[in-house]
Design a protein around this ligand. Structure first.
Ligand SMILES: O=C(CO)COP(=O)(O)O
Length: 250
């Protein structure tokens, strides 16, 4: 049985002081949740948020990380820095990183390998654009991103990989994939993991859905057999809505 994993990607929102106040509210409001929970504040807020959520049931995540440990990488953040602050998980391959910052499958694969070598859990994002979906290529794109992103990663290391399927056209648009459409892709991705690894690995891997998940649609999405959680943007920025998402099963 896979445990549902609800993660909040705060993106470039909340100043450090706003983030601290928000995290304090979440520690209280989420304390009775029985889902696995993560929040990923901006880099500038991570250190202070780490202090706030220490000892709570919320995992500290980062939204990105450099592909090398240290050196001449102006503006980047190293895995060693994140680990030192108590970060336990990192979001890699987000569509905003792919499309706005030109991150390639090869670079994402390098980052994933580095994160795993430092025992970080990786939320590995994949997903097709609207154009690709309309061309009937959603599965093909997801399969290719999955294969390239996971190149060289062992079955043992897959224990620290979470796949986040985020159709690009559903991110921040208010358009959600229907539960049936999302389920179809999730099932196909799990099939791809079985092909690349084994049935056992495929059955264990958590596959989150992301893209306009809200308190009003979370139940239907999570009821699908291959949807094991959510990676949430907009609705993760407010205490009431993130709490409702975390407690969708109550
Ligand atoms: O990109 C996302 C999470 O990483 C999804 O964002 P929204 O929930 O705002 O659509």
């Amino acid at each position: 049985m896979r445990k549902t994993f609800i993660a909040g990607n705060w993106k470039m929102n909340k100043t450090p002081s706003e983030a601290v106040a928000f995290a304090k509210e979440l520690v209280v409001s989420l304390k009775d949740s029985d889902t696995k929970l993560m929040i990923a504040p901006s880099m500038t807020a991570i250190s202070q948020v780490a202090d706030v959520i220490k000892g709570s049931n919320i995992i500290l995540g980062a939204q990105n990380m450099a592909s090398v440990e240290s050196g001449a990488r102006t503006g980047e953040t190293s895995v060693l820095m994140l680990k030192d602050l108590g970060v336990e998980a990192v979001i890699l391959g987000h569509s905003e990183r792919r499309s706005i910052y030109g991150e390639s499958d090869v670079l994402i694969n390098e980052k994933i390998k580095l994160a795993l070598s430092h025992n970080l859990e990786v939320l590995f994002c994949i997903g097709e654009t609207l154009e690709e979906r309309e061309a009937g290529k959603a599965e093909e794109v997801c399969f290719s991103q999955t294969e390239l992103g996971l190149k060289g990663i062992s079955a043992e290391e897959m224990k620290n990989i979470v796949i986040a399927y985020e159709p690009v056209w559903a991110i921040g648009t208010g358009k959600t994939a229907s539960p049936e459409d999302a389920q179809a892709i999730h099932k196909a991705i799990r099939g791809k993991i079985e092909e690349l690894y084994s049935k056992e690995v495929a059955e264990k891997v958590i596959i989150q859905y992301g893209g306009s998940v809200k308190p009003g649609n979370v139940k239907e999405l999570m009821a699908q057999p291959d949807i094991d959680g959510g990676l949430i943007g907009g609705a993760a920025l407010d205490t009431d809505s993130f709490t409702a998402l975390a407690n969708y099963n109550k």
